[in-house]
Design a protein around this ligand. Sequence first.
Ligand code: TNX
Length: 507
Amino acid sequence: MVLPHSMPLVPLPLSASVGDDRMPIGDAVRVTGDSPVAAQLIAGIARRSGIRLPHATDHSAATESTISLRIDRDVAGPEGYELTVGESAEIVGGDEAGLFYGAQTLLQLLREGDAGWGLLHARISDAPRFARRGVMLDVARHFFSVAEVLKFIDATSALKFNHLHLHLTDDQGWRIRIDSWPRLTELASQTAVGGDRGGYYSKDDYRRIVEHAAERHMIVIPEIDLPGHTHAIGIAYPELVESPVLNDSLIAESARLEQTLPVKGEPYVGWGVGHSSVRIHEERTYDFVRDVVRELAELTPGPYIHIGGDESLGTPQADFDLFVERATAIVIEAGKIPVAWHEVGAAAGIAEGTVGQYWGKTTPEGTHAEEAAHFVERGGALIMSAADVAYLDMKYSDDFPLGLTWAGVVDVRTAYEWEPTEVLDVADSAIIGIEAPLWSETARTIGDVEQLVFPRAAAQAEIAWSPHTAPERTWESFRSRVATLAPLWETAQIDFHRAEEIPWTDR
Ligand code: TNX
């Protein structure tokens, strides 16, 4: 029997029936299976319920009931799984990632009732709609520690996101150690927006992030934003950048926000954009890009390196085109696939296969749609981050204390109700997935980040994972399902926003 309104699952599975009966969870239940997911599941159940189930690697161990984990490629495809909960529970993953996602679903079925802890009976068959399900964290405008990033990975991978894009550099700071250009982190990492404390990741820090993400089946995509958003580089290596170009809107916005204007060689702590550029006609700039990309590639097991390309208002168009053609080629030479914001599609000769990230609105403005389509013409693909729905840094309401409003005010329902294949005039197959970015101009702490990200990231997770034609893929169903995540987020000490649109439940 399908009970959509009591089904406590986000993102919605491909097919699921969830009942009211429960499989009791207590000491006599064993977890079997030799996947690393067994330990992750045991830890997840323990965090939530205080009950630490024993792990029996021997499948024949006699017990009252079991949660058994195994992989069978004939039962499910990549990232897919089948899950049943009755007297015992079983998760069969199509691969390790599928097993991991099955475990995340199982954790959403865990409930405390009058008779103690139990798992809701269920029969689920699941697989993702899109292969690329991303979130982005801007660690440049404000810096977040390794521990905070790991917590962010835990909470987003639990929603079945599988890519973490780290926006590592911007006008306000450079956040990743590059051995061949050491002054970047020595001189250009110490401040953040508003003069707040900065910071940076050592290579070991960064490897820890990548490893933690990999254990949760998330690929890390490092972004070095070029050729604009590069004011910080000029603090370390002034010869690489031009003097700030102050446009009228930057001057007006800075005055309105009482932020100082950028001055070459000094830390920039405002959040105006479009004033900085690397020097396009200096060969040294390309030595720099090559070194940075090479060192990043060495730290990156995943296939992508993001070279930015947004809002380069201070770079003449012909220079911009020349630069991004060379930068995308440098990424290919380093053995990686370039990713870039959609403006990069203005350049005719971007490297073939470059993936574009569309951040225009759901009704495209200006040249955004053409620029995005050019990635597809060059044999690449698109990631959809439509700013008026998928941007996690927009305010939930006009009076919400955090966030910006330039793309709109994005309540949870607005975040939920969009369709990534209906924004641009390209083949559906060119859309490889979505990404929800969290820009951190106004987010000074990880608690601020969490307020903006949760619950809206859950809406994006469902858009990325769930079949968009399913009867329960509706706002009414989603709002009652996402309500049941409150106790999970409480357990994980996620400072989520208790949006009034959601009928939050506590058990
Ligand atoms: C636009 S989206 C930007 C960022 C800002 C963001 C704030 C994009 C590619 N660029 O530089 O942080 O808006 O919402």
